[in-house]
Ligand binder design. Structure first.
Ligand code: PMP
Length: 348
């Protein structure tokens, strides 16, 4: 049986959340000399001399509205990379606990595991990039606190079958983290609609992809109120800066433009899926539910260097087990995709 208290690190359970004088005082004030800010003003722009809201109240309310969740089910991080790291710090005792992920997948799970001295167990995805569930369950140990699942998966682009995720949620007593960084490009509901069923489910999403805000660093975790309270307790107090909070609030008003961009990207993705296999250099384009394609090519290393010479940067994934001979290519603009196509067609 999953019991949150059993898996959270004892020091985290004992900690008290950081609180500022502004959290404690109730009522009106006009003189703020509590936080050692510069009260003369800011050289960067009005208001930036003040620390940002550590609880990101307005932003969480707005996101909750859009996602159909309660603000208490939402954690905001400095990119979802920060949420990944805090999940490790929340449940994994350095040098003692372990996590499990599926390969090939997003590199940050491993980086965070190493940084936090967490043992890493990895299970290879099947040839069609799905989870061998029984193998995963066999690998789970008493010390396994986290399983990371990326769906749509980076770098393979595919969604993970929901039945596999359900089986892991039902049979694993640690946290199952479903990283949905690319979910906006897939035509399926988010796992956030299933939160009420699974107390051990954590979902990650980001503003870096469909929302086009990679430079602002804003990621989200959705989970039970208890898990979110713990993440909020251990985060750096001012992890989301004021400019990001303001700009994200504005962007969140533009849901129509968001839908338009997603449609455009998905359309271009499907165009590339159709067109690329006609090129001599291309052996296979894997189906994708994300904003990138995994493309198996002849001479991946040579094609990669050749594209660089043409001023086109793609990601060479050919040395990753499971992605041999593959490049990962983000869907660009219509013009960029045309340039890519031309360049590959001229490759000898
Ligand atoms: N998860 C996945 C699967 C990703 O591919 C990425 C970024 N490439 C992230 C998380 C991190 O996103 P963020 O910019 O929110 O830190």
């Amino acid at each position: 049986m999953f019991n949150l208290e059993n898996i959270v690190r004892p020091n985290v359970l004992k900690m008290k959340a950081y609180s500022s004088a502004r959290d404690e005082f109730k009522g009106a004030a006009s003189v703020f000399i509590d936080a050692n800010e510069n009260n003369l003003g800011s050289l960067a722009g009005e208001g930036y001399n003040r620390y940002p809201d550590p609880h990101q109240k307005k932003l969480k309310e707005k996101i909750a509205d859009i996602k159909g969740l309660s603000p208490k089910q939402i954690f905001l991080g400095n990119g979802s990379d920060e949420a990944i790291d805090l999940l490790f710090r929340m449940v994994c005792r350095p040098g003692q606990d372990s996590m499990l992920h599926l390969r090939p997948t997003y590199g940050m799970y491993e980086v965070s595991a190493n940084l936090n001295e967490v043992q890493l167990d990895a299970v290879q995805l099947t040839p069609d990039f799905q989870i061998p569930v029984l193998e995963v369950l066999r690998q789970v140990k008493d010390t396994t606190k986290l399983i990371f699942i990326c769906s749509p998966n980076n770098p393979t682009g595919n969604l993970i079958e929901p039945e596999s995720i359900e089986t892991l949620l039902d049979n694993f007593d640690g946290l199952v983290v479903v990283d949905e960084a690319y979910i906006d490009f897939a035509d399926v509901p988010s796992w956030s609609t299933r939160l009420a069923e699974y107390p051990n489910l954590v979902i990650l999403q980001t503003f870096s992809k469909a929302w086009g805000m990679a430079g602002l660093r804003l990621g989200m975790a959705f989970a039970s109120e208890e898990i979110i309270a713990l993440l909020d307790k251990i985060k750096p107090p001012y992890n989301i800066n004021e400019a990001t909070q303001e700009l994200a609030l504005k962007a969140l008003e533009q849901t129509e433009q968001l839908a338009y961009m997603i449609e455009e990207i998905v359309q271009e993705r499907e165009m590339l899926v159709q067109a690329l296999p006609s090129l001599d250099a291309v052996e296979k384009v894997y189906p994708s539910d994300a904003n990138f394609l995994l493309v198996k090519v002849r001479n991946a290393n040579r094609l990669y260097s050749y594209l660089l010479e043409q001023g086109i940067v793609v990601r060479n994934r050919s040395s990753l087990p499971g992605c041999e001979g593959c490049l990962r290519i983000s869907v660009g603009t219509v013009d960029e995709n045309q340039l890519l196509f031309q360049a590959i067609s001229n490759f000898k």
